[in-house]
Ligand binder design. Sequence first.
Ligand code: C5J
Length: 219
Amino acid sequence: MHINAQPFAYECDPRATALVLIDMQRDFIEPGGFGETLGNDVSLLAAIVPACRSVLAAWRRAGGLVLHTREAHQPDLSDCPPAKRLRGNPSLRIGDAGPMGRILVAGEPGNQIIDALAPAPGELVIDKPGKGMFWATGLHEKLQARGVTHLIFMGVTTEVCVQTSMREANDRGYDSLVLEDCTESYFPAFKAATLEMIRAQGAIVGWTARSEALLAALK
Ligand code: C5J
């Protein structure tokens, strides 16, 4: 597959490529979750859902592997370093009870992936305690077992969990592409800067493309 991307075309074999949806969870996208407790305007993030849905539907039709991640901690918070829980001055901390259940805790209503992008049976779902999807998840081994060498990213937030996961992937040898209109940040300037950083210096972290470019390649 040949995708029109920046800084140059992204080439991948769909059979060795996973579509990755990073943290499209109620905790980040809906009021009352982790994102809002940090003081963010969460309404910005919902804007990418229709584009993510189109790509997900086309990728599923093509029979491609789909991977969903959730930023999630165990109920006893044993996988949440105090530095993560205590930093800053949020209105509620990780593990506290909020309107959608305990903030960023696995199994709580707010921690679920939004209905519009819910995982289908057979798709990989990874709970990650960190910002990056490889830390403490065993994901690299799961992808290797499936012969995956290329990753196409969507999700939130661009400069935190998406970028961290792409950088982790890059260091493990994956070729990664992020879909520009399928990722979002609470800070538009951070999104723009992140996309530039990723594709700078000859794709030092990876490639960026509009979703239409992937959809055209899948036709
Ligand atoms: C953040 C994420 N922003 N999924 N998490 O804390 O990007």
